[in-house]
Design a protein around this ligand. Structure first.
Ligand code: ATP
Ligand code: MG
Length: 381
């Protein structure tokens, strides 16, 4: 897949994929165009270090990233990383057919200005010309993917990584990183047509969704309902600390109502101070509704703009999808069955070094880091 935003930074060196997530720090070390897995590591992000998408304790974060890299046992210093969904504004801009590339380059910043919630003087941005538009109502305009972030956000991340002994060579966007893992699935079909694909990534702080025709992104959107929202709802409902609520979520929560006779079978009823499955579901119900509403809204936006029927294929990743029953809930609410992405399947994995069960445990969490790592070795021997 083309690296849409390659001008944020450029490099020809083999780089690691690193995601500085709100819940987890994750790194993937790949080698060569055959994508051989050399190493990976995951460490929980210490609580409070990243709050509401903002890095509040840069020094502590650098330390943790250093520890993460040493766990992955790599000597590589270059990294492809990503910004939080909230930190980036992406838009597909349209320009009249026949406009020269150079003219587009000059106009793009000003065209984008009304879409950016901060001043154009304080942003760093990049764009990629996608080609003629695909929308039903459009008349063959040229579409340009534009992405901008506050310069200070990018500078802060770069400084944190440098303090950790790393050198960032590219900043990618999460929706595109997850799509890159699926490259083989995005290829033209036998009849030459391009599949319409939707990819949903559910992290801790936010979820993102991208619609693609072949490898070309048509629309991206993100919303602040993901793993943390489920945990926070449980903490509030039962007056628990976040850590306790997280534990309950992982062990007992279900994204669907439990039938009473099922409940009777669950051992947790024997623990008297434990909320029952019905109580847990009641506490989660409104966040689950927010979540499915946002997914549905994304599909509605897409359909309004592109007038397409249902996507040909739908994929899902991110640690947030581990909430038991979530995929079924989406299928019931939206009518689309999402297939779980296994990012390791995209790689050559030396089985003697990396036990399959360990990899499988963290497959959802590693969708984005693997996507970043693939970019880090793309076109490099
Ligand atoms: N077994 C589980 N059941 C439910 N949720 C889980 C489970 N395991 C992990 N999670 C959730 O997955 C989320 C972490 O996933 P992930 O590592 O993808 O997030 P992140 O990349 O750190 O977040 P973000 O990208 O939003 O900053 C957390 O919200 C966590 O509660
Ligand atoms: Mg994430």
């Amino acid at each position: 897949m083309a690296s849409w935003l390659e001008n944020f930074f450029r490099s020809g060196t083999e780089a690691l994929g690193l995601e500085v997530g709100t819940a987890n720090l994750k790194v993937v070390d790949l080698h060569g165009p055959r994508l051989v897995l050399r190493g990976y590591a995951i460490r929980p992000t210490p609580p409070g270090v990243i709050q509401g998408g903002l890095i509040t304790e840069p020094a502590a974060l650098s330390e943790e990233i250093r520890a993460l890299i040493s766990e992955a046992r790599t000597r590589k210093k270059h990294v492809v990383t990503t910004l939080s969904n909230d930190a980036v504004v992406t838009r597909i801009l349209k320009f009249p057919k026949g406009m020269e590339e150079k003219e587009i380059g000059e106009a793009v910043r000003w065209e984008a200005e009304p879409h950016i919630p901060f001043s154009v003087d304080e942003i760093t941005y990049d764009y990629a010309i996608l080609g003629e538009s695909e929308g039903e109502s459009d008349d063959g305009e040229i579409e340009v993917l534009f992405a901008a972030a506050r310069e200070e956000t990018v500078v802060q991340l770069v400084e944190i990584l440098r303090d950790a002994g790393l050198e960032p060579v590219a900043v990618d966007l999460k929706p595109f990183a997850s799509a890159r893992v699926l490259e083989p699935e995005l290829a033209p079909r036998e009849d030459g047509s391009l599949p319409l694909t939707v990819v949903l990534e559910v992290g801790a702080e936010s979820s993102s969704i991208v619609f693609l025709k072949g490898e070309r992104p048509l629309m991206t959107r993100h919303f602040p309902v993901a793993g943390n929202a489920f945990t926070t709802a449980l903490a509030r409902a039962f007056g628990l600390e976040i850590e306790q609520a997280e534990k309950i979520k992982r062990e007992y929560a279900l994204a669907s109502a439990t039938l009473e006779d099922e409940e009777a079978l669950l051992s947790i009823d024997t623990v008297s101070d434990q909320p029952s499955p019905t109580d847990i579901y009641d506490a989660l119900r409104h966040v689950l509704l927010d979540f499915t509403t946002e997914v549905q809204r994304s599909l509605d936006f897409f359909n309004n703009q592109f007038g397409e029927a249902a996507p040909d294929q739908a994929f899902i990743g991110g640690g947030g999808i581990k909430l038991a029953g979530l995929k079924n809930l989406i299928a019931d609410a939206i009518g689309i069955t999402f297939t779980e992405i296994n990012p390791w399947n995209r790689l050559r994995v030396p089985n003697n070094r990396f036990p399959a069960t360990k990899l499988a445990d963290v497959a959802p969490e590693f969708v984005i880091p693997v996507g970043l790592a693939i970019r880090g070795v793309s076109g490099v021997d």
